[in-house]
Design a protein around this ligand. Structure first.
Ligand code: ATP
Ligand code: MG
Length: 567
């Protein structure tokens, strides 16, 4: 492809607003352009890479028996209502204003299950793996990481349909292995974490992550064993606060200027492990009071799973008053205005001598014995694990890292097939819901994650198989020296005929401009043709990754590229 005739609009300046290196470089290298927040056009140079990623995804999912579908982005809302996911998706789902009853699909579990219900009757046609590479729409709140978090993006989403739980294990494992192959082929360094299966059912789930300071996910990773979990589900070994040997009676005391745990500690010389913080949540429209020890942070994902709720949210100030009789900062488990459900974190199991709000503004209770004075409905692991705490498997310290989620594999079970009535008949003629799995990969995220780990201060460093071109031919001062132009034109034809996908910089630009653009675009080999080299019967080949330059005889260029590619 000749650069003079083609559209690769490179930018010299760092684009304002783009924070992540991948976002900056994709804009600067003319791969993408933003049309609106979270909405991007792929320009030809970027689209070449996108197509290569899609091919790899297709090959690997075909290899495990996947059959490719193409489902519409416009979905009837009824199907989503039947699975209760209109509420669960909340604002993330785009609703269409001038056409009632249609939404833009953020994912396709519902539609796959709809088709399974239409056509699967017997165990004889199971298992099936159905997939697509298709556009998803999600109204992401503040998309700020370029194509890493789009409002419109490509997903490879696959779904398995099985007649037994053992079958699901096999389908899941097939995807696990296929995902490893996909990311290995794309030269992406990833790690795998245990993930939340959500509150909507589901058995097991894992995410494929890339460590990055820009990652919006947080993971706990053991420094010694292979424990790794999304912080949403990560646990750690921490001591409970335990009992103190006395039976002091509960007593209210004024705390007009102490609303937070730290203020209580400071003003009343209390110890953090004798303070129980209370918060109220609304879970599927029912109030719940949650007790956490001291400054331990409540993990909302764990809470939602424990409550088996489709949606949870912190209570509004008026709801706090209605249920507890007090405002935030004075709430506690004893003397609530209404009889609401109370749950507590495991660290508070059997605790006494605790301080918590008295449900009267400006007052706390002391000497609360949770067993004696409060009606706790259950103790659960509800806290966010912290860096340095002990690994639940081996006891070594865990560290907390930021990461980008590349893919997610998920044993759904029968949640969707039950809701939509997708059943099959077994050998005995008995009817059962189909057992399902769901497996997603963000196509653009593969590209962005690759660039995050394959670039330097000059630009992108492509590697096979994602490289948009194999080699980049640069003719220096072609308008001055006819022999340079002639050799370049000949090389262009010859190399292309031998199957090398070539980008040819035939523009009337200075060598400096050409070199900078070549490093920015990051094609693996730069073939540099100058008058000086021609006189020596050579061209210069620069390997973008190492910066190494080699003088190569003109008839040996192809051999060099082929040999390098094998390494
Ligand atoms: P995140 O937590 O990053 O929002 P998610 O849990 O919503 O991701 P899934 O619903 O599991 O993601 O979607 C499957 C895959 O689709 C993700 O692993 C990710 O690679 C990709 N993906 C999700 N949301 C986006 C987005 N807004 N833009 C680009 N890719 C996305
Ligand atoms: Mg999301």
């Amino acid at each position: 492809m000749k650069l003079s005739k083609n559209f690769i609009p490179t930018l010299k300046e760092l684009p304002a607003d783009a924070l992540m290196p991948s976002h900056q470089l994709m804009l600067r290298a003319g791969m993408i352009r933003q049309l609106a927040a979270g909405v991007f056009t792929f320009l030809p140079f970027g689209y070449r890479v996108l197509k290569k990623v899609i091919n790899i995804l297709r090959e690997e999912i075909d290899a495990i028996g996947g059959q490719e579908f193409f489902m519409p982005a416009l979905n009837p809302i009824e199907i989503w209502e039947q699975t209760n996911r209109v509420e669960a998706m909340g604002d993330v789902m785009f609703h269409i204003k001038n056409r009632d009853g249609l939404v833009l699909a953020p994912t396709h579990e519902e539609i796959i299950t709809f088709h399974a219900r239409q056509h699967i009757q017997s165990y004889k046609v199971l298992p099936q793996i159905w997939y697509q590479i298709q556009t998803k729409f999600r109204n992401e709140p503040r998309p700020k990481s370029g194509i890493m978090r789009g409002r419109q993006f490509f997903m490879k989403d696959a779904y398995s349909l099985d007649s037994s739980w053992e079958g699901l294990d096999i389908s899941y494992q097939k995807h696990y292995e296929a995902y490893k192959k996909i990311f290995d082929r794309c030269n992406i360094k990833y790690f795998i974490v245990g993930a939340s299966s959500g509150a909507m059912g589901g058995k097991q789930s894992q995410e494929f992550m890339v460590e990055s300071e820009f990652g919006e996910d947080t993971c706990a990773v053991c420094e010694k064993c292979d424990y790794a979990a999304n912080l949403e589900v990560a646990s750690s070994k921490v001591e409970p606060c335990g009992r103190i040997d006395n039976d002091l009676q509960i007593e209210a005391f004024p705390t007009p200027n102490a609303k937070t745990i730290d203020e209580l500690i400071e003003q009343f010389n209390l110890s953090e492990d004798r303070l129980a913080k209370s918060v109220v949540y609304i879970a599927d429209s029912k109030p719940v009071l949650i007790l956490m020890l001291g400054n331990d942070e409540l993990n909302e994902t764990k809470l939602q799973v424990v409550l088996a709720a489709a949606a949870i949210r912190p209570a509004e100030p008026n709801e706090l008053l209605q249920y507890t009789g007090a405002n935030a900062g004075s709430i506690g488990p004893v003397n609530l205005k209404e009889n609401i459900k109370i749950i507590a974190d495991n660290r508070l199991l059997g605790a006494n001598n605790m301080v918590s709000g008295a449900n009267k503004d400006g007052f706390h209770n002391k000497n609360i014995d949770l067993e004696r004075d409060a009606k706790i409905d259950g103790y659960f692991d509800l806290r966010v694990a912290q860096s340095g705490e002990s690994c639940p498997n081996c006891g070594a310290p865990i560290k907390i890292v930021n990461a980008i989620e590349l893919g997610h594999i998920f044993k759904l079970g029968t949640r969707y097939s039950e809701a939509l009535g997708a059943t099959f008949l077994d050998e005995k003629g008995e009817e059962h819901p189909i057992i399902m799995g769901s497996y997603g990969i963000g196509v653009e995220r593969i590209i962005a994650c690759f660039i995050e780990t394959h670039h330097d201060d000059k630009g992108i460093i492509w590697k096979k198989p994602l490289n948009p071109f194999d080699a980049h031919l640069l003719g220096l001062n072609m308008n001055k020296f006819e022999e340079v132009k002639e050799l370049c034109d000949n090389l262009y034809e010859e190399l292309r005929q031998s199957g090398i996908d070539l980008l040819y910089d035939d523009r009337n630009e200075s060598p400096g401009v050409k070199f900078n653009d070549a490093d920015l675009l990051g094609i693996p080999y730069q073939i540099i043709v100058s008058k000086k080299n021609i006189e020596a019967g050579c061209v210069e080949v620069k390997i973008r990754e190492t910066g190494e330059r080699k003088q190569v005889k003109i008839n040996e260029i192809i051999k060099l590229i082929r040999e390098q590619e094998k390494q």
